[in-house]
Design a protein around this ligand. Structure first.
Ligand code: COA
Length: 160
């Protein structure tokens, strides 16, 4: 039987407990999860693609069926190149819905065979995003509820 492969795309600048929650849930449902960093020239990031990949690799190392990668260009083309049958996205709140629906339907028009699935991360992370985490780091706040220690260390070093 074919392996069920899912892509989890995002910017991950940096990865937070909310993303990790989605990764863990996806790893229980699919044979293989490819967490893939979207390399975009329009989104200015704090961490380089290499730094983000390194953090993700360390954090997801304990999940045997999770890989970390990056991609440029259209997500569905990348998903096809990886033989993925699905894309997973986290839905944190109603406010995510419109944007996610638009992306999912557009991606379906582009590649009918690739299905987008949504997962609700644990409600304790429903308010979280990477911008907030970067801001807390910039002003020296406690990051322990939002990101793993290794990410908190890298954030502190960036703003030192
Ligand atoms: N927990 C915590 N935060 C989460 C989260 C979760 N479960 N899910 C999303 N977020 C946050 C992210 O941290 C990010 O926060 P920020 O804006 O403060 O940095 C924000 O939500 C956006 O999420 P992200 O998952 O990084 O999505 P994105 O909008 O930056 O990127 C892509 C979406 C990469 C999937 C999309 O742009 C894409 O597919 N690009 C490729 C080009 C393409 O195919 N375009 C056509 C698409 S129809």
């Amino acid at each position: 039987m074919n392996k069920k492969i899912v892509i989890y795309p995002g910017t991950f600048d940096p990865v937070t407990y909310g993303h990790i929650d989605v990764i863990e849930r996806a790893s229980l449902l699919f044979d293989e999860v490819i967490v893939s960093i979207a390399v975009s020239s329009s989104k200015k990031t704090l961490f380089t693609t290499g730094e983000r990949m390194q953090m993700l690799r360390k954090i997801t190392g304990k999940y045997k069926n999770v890989k970390v990668d990056s991609f440029e260009g259209l997500l569905v083309k990348y998903a096809e190149s990886k033989n993925a049958s699905a894309i997973v996205r986290g839905l944190r709140a109603i406010s995510d819905f419109e944007y996610e629906l638009q992306m999912a339907l557009t991606n379906r028009k582009l590649a009918e065979k690739i299905t987008t699935v949504f997962m609700m991360p644990n409600e304790k992370y429903s308010y979280l995003n990477s911008t907030l985490v970067r801001e807390i780091a910039e002003f020296g706040g406690d990051l322990s509820n939002f990101v793993p220690a290794l990410v908190a260390d890298k954030l502190r070093k960036k703003f030192r």
